[in-house]
Design a protein around this ligand. Structure first.
Ligand code: ADP
Ligand code: MG
Length: 466
């Protein structure tokens, strides 16, 4: 190429840079090259089809390019957009190879943080996830996904109530895949942030700023190797976001990219959620996470205690206290963990060792809003079962003799009356469904109306419990 032409080209790129917005420049035009320049035409070469299409399909940007050409070369040249020949790309790639490994990792890191912004909690690993019958299937499924992302189970959905480990499992998948292959583009995002990001992109088009944000969004999600979206119930009623999600889903599904989602309920129970999206989920595998049983709750507490002791070896909690917590905190793992922190915080504050006395006090404090009067589900079950000459085990069993049924119903009724535990939480305690608790409550209300002596008995229980 002649020296003067080279100079012209340099001038062209410099002028263009000041003529377009920064993001268009850095995303699509910076790496564009002038392949050839004659009196009549100019060939602008792009490294990839995406950048080429973004410029070619953007009339405003094309107009800017034409303006610059006209102002510089004093005539209108015919502009061609082409893909750069492989040779010149190869030449650049060989330069890229010379970049040192540390430079590469540094740039990779910033790229990941900038574009993919992978915010995973390092504590959310499989080692820190205690398995029990309540989550066995989900945890095994998550591990299978890590072994073969995109291959056997796609998409995967974890659903279940709050604080049961959905986010933990989802992020454990991300943490583990990154560990195995740092090059994999993993995106983890909460669905509400996904919606926000999408809307920001749309607005940038509407406000006629540029297509930058919206394009970036599309590009980012379509290029993921692993897409992890938390709490997809937040997509309910967000039609446009669902539409975009549908396109991303199809693209990733067709290219065998792994997708994992969580939801606070089964997909079929989502409202204002497009049927075609619901259908997509039937292609994959679903695991439902249940509240842990007593043994698992205890194991989680023990594991958590070990983690805390790693940070502070002085922490000591006697086993009977752990058992007490495991017995009484039946709602979910988050509350269980919370109780441990509260207990430790309290012991720190008043400078005493952790023992049963302190545990009983703090439990009342930490459950103050769920448990008036400090009455636990255990207290109620204890009192009523011994009155009827039964054991708590009988109440939790599947036995349906008249006596067991009545005792259990009274327990559930009183649990609703004397504590603020939800139907589900009480159900969990008795190892029954929440609908059983609702039914029991109704039954006892009916029976009291018919039988004043039952009301008397129940009032006695209440008085003894308070
Ligand atoms: P969700 O997303 O279902 O609301 P999270 O995943 O946020 O619940 O879990 C709440 C807390 O409980 C987190 O700190 C998590 O680490 C912990 N957790 C949940 N399930 C388990 C488990 N099986 N073993 C250990 N910790 C767990
Ligand atoms: Mg969550």
């Amino acid at each position: 190429m002649e020296e003067s032409v080279k100079k012209n080209i340099e001038l062209f790129k410099n002028t263009l840079k000041n003529h377009v917005c920064e993001s268009d420049w850095s995303l699509y035009l910076k790496e564009m090259e002038v392949e050839s320049l004659s009196d009549q035409e100019i060939f602008l070469g792009f490294k990839n089809g995406f950048a080429k299409d973004q410029v070619d399909g953007n009339p405003k940007l094309k107009e800017s390019i034409n303006e610059v050409i006209e102002s510089l070369f004093n005539e209108s040249l015919k502009v061609h957009f082409t893909l750069l020949k492989k040779d010149s790309i190869k030449a650049e790639e060989s330069i890229e190879k010379k970049i040192t490994a540390s430079e590469k990792t540094a740039s990779l890191k910033t790229q990941k943080q900038d574009i993919f912004d992978l915010k995973l909690n390092p504590r959310y690993t499989f080692e820190n996830f205690i398995m029990g019958e309540n989550n066995n299937f989900g945890a095994s499924l998550a591990q299978a996904v890590v072994k073969n992302p995109g291959k056997n189970y796609n998409p995967v959905l974890f659903f279940g109530g709050v604080g049961l480990g959905k986010t933990h499992l989802l992020q454990a998948i991300g943490n583990e895949i990154t560990k195995n292959d740092a090059e994999k583009k993993i995106i983890y995002i909460n669905a509400s942030d996904f919606v926000e990001e999408f809307v920001r992109g749309i607005l940038s088009i509407k406000e006629k700023k540029n297509h930058d944000l919206s394009m970036k969004f599309k590009q980012k999600y379509r290029s993921a190797d692993v897409l992890l979206i938390d709490d997809i119930q937040f997509l309910q009623g967000k039609e446009q976001s669902q539409e975009e999600f549908f396109l991303i889903f199809n693209k990733l599904y067709d290219s065998n990219k792994q997708m994992v989602f969580t939801c606070d309920r089964p997909i079929s129970e989502l409202n204002n959620f497009a049927d075609r999206l619901k259908n997509r989920f039937t292609r994959g595998t679903t695991a439902d996470l249940q509240p842990p049983k007593y043994e698992t709750r205890l194991a989680i507490l023990r594991h958590n205690l070990l983690l805390k002791q790693k940070e502070n070896p002085k922490v000591k909690i006697p086993d009977n206290v752990l058992e007490y917590l495991a017995k009484n905190i039946v709602s979910n793992v988050r509350d269980l963990e919370g109780s441990l922190s509260t207990l430790m915080g309290y012991s720190d504050l008043i400078g005493t060792e952790i023992d049963m006395d302190l545990a009983k006090k703090t439990i009342q404090i930490s459950l103050a809003n769920v448990n008036q009067n400090g009455i636990t589900l255990e207290n109620i079950a204890d009192k009523i079962s011994s009155f009827y000459g039964l054991s708590i085990k009988d109440l939790k069993s599947k036995k349906r003799s008249a006596q067991v049924t009545t005792a259990r119903q009274i327990c559930m009724y009183l649990s609703r009356k004397l504590t603020d535990f939800s139907h589900t939480e009480i159900g969990n305690f008795y190892e029954k469904d929440h609908s059983t608790v609702i039914h029991s409550e109704k039954q006892i209300k009916e029976k009291i109306k018919m039988d004043p002596s039952l009301e008397q008995i129940i009032n006695n229980f209440k008085a003894q419990l308070k």
